[in-house]
Design a protein around this ligand. Structure first.
Ligand code: NAD
Length: 303
């Protein structure tokens, strides 16, 4: 008995890396997987049939899978992908939004296309599949079906939660995905659908592209033993969030890195000053901000 027997999942960007790890894990737990991948380079250029590689791995291990080659950030394409899962496998239970690209550059040398393409693939590429999947579940729900099996699992990054030098486009998109998760979880709450966000890590081509990191890209199925760089170390968390056991968990951001699972606390109010219904004068803020808000510590800079 697997945790996901009888369920149908879409995993985007699952031809390689972290997405491949999720697809293999979901299939191992009994889910049938629609493996999406546009087959691009790290920078989002070109197309290919990379989804087939993961489909072959799943079917070779006795699982059930099919490939989809749509661009997740193409509104119509994402709609076709959702429809393909329903038409091919008869239902849809789980959407894992994982596809991503990177075009790192400091703010002064980042081009307009570096910005637009990274925001598009990550942020719009999370919106489009979620929109179509939720509409699929909503139509069933309106017709009287209990759709509380519905699961959306998005992908942020530690960098998106705290910032990272040279990644203004990527971190803005990843922080946006965390906010998107919280908002959509509220909107679908009444239907019992859950929307959560994971923060993975691993020695993928994306991680290997970080200058000076000394990381060699390796696929999850190339690791034979537990290894802190294995890109599939967040996949058990994804499988659990996708299961009926996690129906009470929604709107959460959870990182799974190496052997740790860390619940990320959302933005929350810190030190506060008040002026009893009166407008602040900028000149009085120097002393108050330093003493009562920053407690005389230099705020912000980590480098
Ligand atoms: N590798 C890490 O350490 C790390 C850390 C935090 C977050 N992440 C996130 O994990 C996710 C997976 O990254 P990865 O490291 O496995 O990268 P990867 O480059 O190995 O895999 C990404 C896959 O997405 C596919 N893809 C790109 N654009 C697409 C599109 N428009 N439509 C469909 N597929 C598309 C690519 O073809 C590729 O196979 C990304 O969202 C990334 O931001 C990775």
């Amino acid at each position: 008995m697997g945790l996901l027997d009888g369920k149908v999942a879409i995993v985007t960007g699952a031809g390689h890396g972290i997405g491949r790890g999720h697809a293999l894990e979901l299939a191992k737990e009994g889910a049938t997987v629609l493996v999406n991948d546009l087959g691009t380079s790290l920078k989002g250029e070109g197309t290919g049939r990379d989804a087939d590689l993961t489909v072959d791995l799943i079917t070779g291990r006795g699982g059930k899978a099919a490939a989809n080659y749509d661009d997740v950030a193409d509104f119509e394409g994402a709609g076709r992908m959702v429809q393909q899962a329903v038409d091919t496998f008869g239902r849809l239970d789980i959407v894992v939004n994982n596809a991503g690209i990177a075009r790192d550059a400091t703010i002064w040398s980042m081009s307009e296309s570096d910005w637009d393409s990274v925001i598009r693939v990550h942020l719009k590429g999370t919106f489009c599949p979620t929109h179509h999947a939720v509409n699929h579940w909503r139509a069933l729900n309106k017709a009287g079906e209990d759709v509380s099996y519905g699961r959306v699992i998005n992908t942020t990054s530690g960098a998106g939660l705290v910032g990272n030098f040279g990644q203004a486009n990527y971190t803005a998109a990843k922080a946006g995905i965390a906010a998107f998760t919280m908002t959509v979880s509220l909107e679908v709450f009444k239907m019992g659908i859950t929307v959560n966000c994971i923060g993975p890590a691993g020695a993928t081509r994306m991680a290997a592209s970080i200058p000076g990191a000394g990381i060699e890209a390796k696929e999850p199925d190339e690791f034979e033993e537990w290894n802190p760089m294995d890109p599939s170390l967040s996949s058990p968390l994804v499988a659990w969030l996708a299961s009926d056991k996690a129906g009470h968990v929604t709107g959460q951001v959870i990182r799974a890195v190496k052997d740790e699972i860390v619940h990320m606390e959302p933005w929350s109010n810190g030190a506060t000053i008040r002026k009893a219904g009166k407008r602040w004068d900028p000149s009085e803020l120097t002393g108050l901000m330093n003493a009562d808000i920053f407690h005389s510590r230099a705020p912000g800079l980590r480098y």
